[in-house]
Write a protein that binds this ligand. Structure first.
Ligand code: MLT
Length: 205
């Protein structure tokens, strides 16, 4: 079977690690490039566009309503994305063991789904405004994975308890999960980015 394809951008880097960028609903492969360049300057960038369309807005998996996810589609799309990442490492010659994912909202949720269903496809993840995408039947072994969760105290879309549940789920799977709260809503703030950048510097791959 050929590897699943995504519309994407790949930008070669000047250092040995690679950043996988995963946009939010209505975004595309270009959206998070400036964010990625400021989070991990000089890293190569792999930025796919979500394949699911909701009222013409790209996403990484289908949802039934706000916050209510189509679990079968989450599983299918997480498997496709994990295969695409592995295939891209061969195609572009980057080191898959030096991969950091950075996702916002729906992009953070698919990154969490990849970790929970497929284990350490990336060894670090920066998840902004993430929710529990699904509860895996078998907990993965995320012993070597570090996750930064950037959450907004006043987020009207992601209830704080849901992010706390995701942090606990990742921790129970062995990941080192750091939960960082901003006094913010669903949109990102410079405080979120500064905290994520510091965390990345503190835990280099
Ligand atoms: C979104 O708007 O993308 C939601 O907050 C998250 C999701 O549906 O995955």
């Amino acid at each position: 079977m050929s590897a699943p394809e995504f519309i994407h951008r790949f930008i070669p880097g000047t250092r040995p690690d690679t950043l996988l960028l995963l946009h939010g609903t209505g975004g595309d492969e270009n959206d998070l490039i400036p964010l990625g360049e400021s989070l991990l300057p000089g890293a190569a960038i792999l930025s796919p566009r979500g394949k699911v369309l909701e009222n013409a807005m790209p996403r990484f998996f289908r949802r039934i309503a706000e916050g209510l996810f189509d679990i079968e589609d989450v599983k299918l799309r997480a498997a496709e994305l994990a295969a695409f990442v592995r295939h891209s490492a061969e195609r572009y010659g980057f080191n898959a063991s030096r991969l950091t994912a950075a996702g916002y909202s729906n992009g953070a949720n698919i990154a969490a789904a990849v970790l929970l269903l497929h284990g350490p496809v990336f060894s670090r993840a920066v998840l902004f405004r993430a929710m529990v995408p699904l509860e895996p039947d078998t907990p993965p072994d995320l012993g070597d994975v570090r996750v930064f969760l950037g959450a907004g105290r006043q987020d009207p879309i992601v209830p704080p308890a849901n992010t706390e549940r995701l942090a606990a789920l990742l921790q129970r799977s062995g990941a080192d999960a750091t939960l960082h709260w901003s006094s913010a809503g669903h949109n990102l703030t410079t405080g979120d980015l500064d905290a994520a950048r510091k965390w990345l510097e503190q835990f280099p791959i």
